[in-house]
Design a protein around this ligand. Structure first.
Ligand code: NI
Length: 622
């Protein structure tokens, strides 16, 4: 019996593809851009009984190359068509198969071959090309609505070398991905290809720094149980999900509070990831990819390796994605689950010397994607103090371009002579559908402040907090403010704790950044969500992606800015919290040749949700 929120299995996706081809008369002109589980509504899930069959429905996004149109269909795995509609003006994300074809076309194009020859490269197979959306102004003569990608290039000087050490400057093909044609070649500069290698394979680096073995043994097995996609660990219960667009998803988070299952979240995901580049030179300004919305992040999920990606008693889940041509690919070991020791949970030494200390354990669900040069790890942690943390781990190879050695190049770091790593930001947006003890919640902003010296502040050190309930969507776009120690709480105003305060969870921002791209830039308009750290919207089933459903070549304004124009009430309603966070990456020399992991994330901590610290119930270790 499948749970309504279980990801579509490979078999189900195959059924969906087969039924969709028949129902909608799909042929070689049609691309399967996305096949996703059409998640049931919250009400349907809450009312669902586990012995009841639930119709499994897929949302299928189809790109018709011949008519340049996107259609979305809803079809059950049994082939019952629920809906079929065209989405006017939309352009579908670029599927892996389309990228592959576009790159083959560019590689075989005579103008590309000739330009490479002028640079002394006679073998086009020794070129690494990537297919990037044009994330900035589309050249005027090409801006007629066709779907275009452009192709930064690097020279593979040796077969197994790091080609990112050898960017080819100023040479890009622009490819019409539907016509399978190079429509323009940009070949403007003749900057030499940097030649300093950037080796990183073990066989090349000769790394010899070794430590003694560290073994993680759980002789009685791990402390969690896996029932298909349902996880029970410690007092937590939740479901793992997987989506072709968002990748790893967490559903239906509950905590056993002294025998009572209490609901905390309905759905947690990272709904967008955009990487604005701040270098105006040589096409770098175009590298503003929406890895989630323009490609489908789940497509790039790694098959994880025991002992390397994950250590200890591991349980893996496989995932499946539908390729552009309708074939279904299984990703083995896509999601890793395990427990980690996490230092001490709490400790106190009494005056008489009596000591109480508890070790902390955390549960981790994670997956890692590789999108061209970069790796992104998505890690969800569950803790014994009732808190949840998300951490993105950023690693991989910084994007590179070439300029003259020592050139005045103010928006990039020169990491080897003539090899530059442009400044950029990684901006993520979490979609947090929290349901604190029920669906009706409010969001409260909490700030600390001091009164001027006087009756309320006689010694100068007094401070208080001020709580402001966010009333409607238009006023709920908020920024972090360290001067006020600002944070946000999601509360249930209808449920009180033993101190008669509404139960809640606070969102604790971590390290963060603010976009540098101007709001009226092409990217600024398309990723308008990134100009606030927090948004709150009324929950709507299909408001899923903060830059809209189809950011590829979109004019901007879709997603959050569009939805909040309705200015819906958000007080004591079913709300969704969007938290925008990320890093401003000024590449360091030490980020080369492979960047050590950088982290960005946030914490969700109980705030008046429990009657005391739930960590008190943890038994001491032997
Ligand atoms: Ni970076």
């Amino acid at each position: 019996m499948r749970h309504p929120l279980d990801p579509l299995s490979a078999v189900e996706q195959e059924q969906v593809v087969s039924h969709a081809k028949t129902a909608w008369k799909l042929d070689h002109r049609h691309i399967f851009s996305m096949v996703q589980l059409e998640e049931p509504t919250k009400i349907q899930i809450l009312n669902w009984k586990s012995d009841e069959d639930f119709e499994r429905v897929a949302r299928v996004t189809i790109w018709n190359m011949a008519t340049a149109t996107v259609s979305e269909g809803l079809i059950s795995v049994d082939g019952v068509v629920k809906e079929w509609k065209e989405i006017p003006g939309a352009k579908s994300p670029v599927s892996v198969i389309e990228s592959t074809i576009a790159l083959e076309v560019a590689r075989k194009d005579q103008s590309v071959i000739d330009a490479l020859k002028r640079r002394g490269i006679n073998d086009p197979q020794s070129i690494h090309m990537e297919a990037w959306p044009i994330g900035a102004q589309i050249p005027k003569h090409l801006a007629d609505g066709r779907r275009l990608i452009w192709t930064p290039m690097w020279h593979k000087v040796t077969a197994d070398g790091n080609f990112y050490a050898h960017p080819i400057s100023g040479l890009h093909a622009i490819v019409d991905i539907d016509a399978h044609k190079v429509v323009d070649l940009e070949d403007k500069e003749d900057i030499p290809i940097p030649q300093t290698p950037g080796p990183y394979r073990a066989s090349q680096t000769g790394g010899t720094v070794e430590l003694k073995p560290l073994m993680i043994h759980q002789p009685d097995g791990p402390s969690f149980t896996v029932d298909d996609w349902k996880i029970n660990w410690e007092r937590w219960q939740f479901r793992i999900g997987f989506d072709q667009r968002e990748g790893l998803v967490i559903h239906d988070v509950q905590f056993n509070d002294n025998g009572k299952m209490r609901r905390i979240a309905h759905r947690l995901s990272i709904a967008e990831l955009v990487i604005p580049y701040g270098d105006p030179s040589q096409g770098a300004y175009r590298k503003n990819a929406f890895d989630t919305g323009e490609y489908g992040l789940g497509n790039f999920t790694n098959s994880l390796v025991l002992g390397c990606d994950c250590l200890g008693e591991i349980y893996y889940l496989d995932a499946a994605v539908t390729e552009g041509d309708g074939t279904v690919r299984t990703i083995k070991n896509a999601i890793c689950m395990h427990e980690e020791d996490f230092g001490i949970l709490w400790k106190h030494v009494d005056v008489d010397g009596h000591t109480e200390v508890r070790r902390a354990r955390r549960f981790v669900a994670s997956s890692i994607v590789t999108v061209n040069n970069y790796e992104y790890g998505y890690f969800w942690y569950f803790y014994q103090d009732g808190s949840i943390e998300f951490e993105a781990k950023l690693t991989g190879i910084v994007l590179t371009l070439a300029d003259h050695p020592g050139a005045d190049h103010p928006s990039a770091t020169e990491i080897e002579p003539g090899l530059f790593a442009p400044y950029h930001q990684h901006i993520l947006c979490a979609r947090l559908d929290l349901d604190i003890d029920g669906t009706e919640n409010s969001v409260v902003e909490v700030e600390s402040f001091a009164h001027p010296r006087g009756e309320k502040n006689p010694y100068g050190g007094a401070y208080e907090t001020r709580e402001t309930t966010l009333k409607s969507e238009s006023g709920a776009g908020r920024l972090m403010d360290v001067m006020k120690s600002r944070y946000w709480k999601v509360i249930n105003p209808n449920r009180k704790n033993h101190m008669n305060q509404p139960v809640g969870y606070k969102l604790v921002p971590g390290h963060n950044t603010f976009p540098l791209a101007l709001e009226d830039s092409v990217l600024g308009k398309r990723a308008a969500f990134m100009y606030k750290h927090l948004w709150v919207t009324r929950n709507a089933q299909h408001e899923r992606y903060p830059a809209g459903d189809y950011p590829f070549q979109h004019d901007g304004g879709a997603g959050i800015p569009e939805w909040i124009a309705a200015d819906r009430d958000i007080e004591n309603e079913d709300v969704v919290v969007w938290y925008v966070f990320g890093t401003n990456h000024i590449p360091r020399i030490e980020d080369w040749p492979v960047m050590p992991v950088e982290r960005a994330g946030f914490h969700l901590k109980p705030s008046g949700f429990f009657a005391r610290s739930p960590a008190m119930d943890v038994a001491p270790s032997e």
